[in-house]
Ligand binder design. Structure first.
Ligand code: NDP
Length: 239
């Protein structure tokens, strides 16, 4: 049984990833920021289904808090599967974008990647086996109006994943990004109606969080040992 940390496990995609990794037999650490109650409920659900899980909460933008929480988790052993999934968006056309909108999105996605991945990297290296999977977005590949901040953060995660993949390749650790299109979670509520989705997505529907989770679970599996440094899209044929 491997220990897997899923940041933003309290959210839509993160919860689906937690359920799937638990079903695959991993011990899942369900991370939340403000939604610890949701994470705890998910842990209870996983345990009731015969799986193994625990909840943890910290703000990924708070480097000291993240380091302290991760150090405490590492006392129980290494974390060999990391899914960097926590993310926010704060959309605005660029001339109207505030510094706060810019900073907050970069802080959660990009600084959050560093604050969580860096402290886990050496313990993972010591085990000579690991999976680091980061949830980015189609916006990081194509750009998107009103999302200069979000696209910048997600595109940077692609570059960071590729560089880290090169550093860790000889240690049995793969590093990949998963770039979803439109996935049916709270994050897109109010952003896209059914008609807009039909126009934007060749498959004419939003993706399900479980579909993203299936891809993440494959990348986390031993079968995906030779896939590293990749950005893998899951978007119903949008690009
Ligand atoms: P949700 O809004 O449902 O979940 C977001 C998660 O991120 C929550 O668990 C939230 O924790 C966590 N989070 C936010 N801010 C922080 C923070 N400062 N510190 C720690 N955790 C934080 O979104 P989704 O499930 O839809 O999105 C998950 C990922 O997928 C994101 O990275 C998103 O950018 C990406 N994505 C989503 C798409 C979609 O269509 N839904 C498309 C492409 C990419 P809490 O609630 O506990 O505060």
């Amino acid at each position: 049984m491997k220990r897997a940390l899923v940041t933003g496990g309290s959210g839509g995609i993160g919860a689906a990833i937690c359920r799937r990794l638990a079903a695959d037999g991993h011990h899942v650490i369900v991370h939340a920021n403000r939604g610890l109650t949701k994470a705890a409920a998910l842990v209870a659900e996983i345990v009731a289904a015969g799986g193994s899980a625990e909840a943890v909460s910290f703000d990924v933008t708070d480097r000291a808090a993240a380091a302290a929480a991760l150090a405490s988790l590492l006392e129980a052993g290494p974390i060999q599967i990391l899914v960097n999934n926590a993310g926010i968006h704060a959309d605005a056309v660029f001339p109207g974008m505030s510094g706060e909108q810019w900073d907050s999105v970069l802080d959660v996605s990009l600084n959050g990647f560093f604050n969580v991945t860096q402290p886990l990297s050496l313990p993972m290296i010591r085990t000579r086996w690991g999976r680091i999977i980061t949830i980015s977005s189609i916006a990081g590949l194509t750009g998107n109006r009103g999302q200069v901040n979000y696209s910048a953060a997600k595109g940077a995660l692609h570059a960071a994943s590729k560089s880290l993949a090169l550093e860790l390749a000889s240690r049995g650790i793969t590093v990949n990004a998963v770039a979803p299109g439109i996935i049916a979670t709270g994050m897109i509520e109010g952003s896209f109606d059914a008609e807009t989705i039909k126009k934007l997505v060749p498959m004419q529907r939003a993706g399900q969080p479980e579909e993203v989770a299936d891809l993440v679970a494959f990348l986390a599996s031993p079968q995906a040992a030779y896939i590293s440094g990749q950005v893998i899209s899951i978007n119903g044929g949008m690009i």
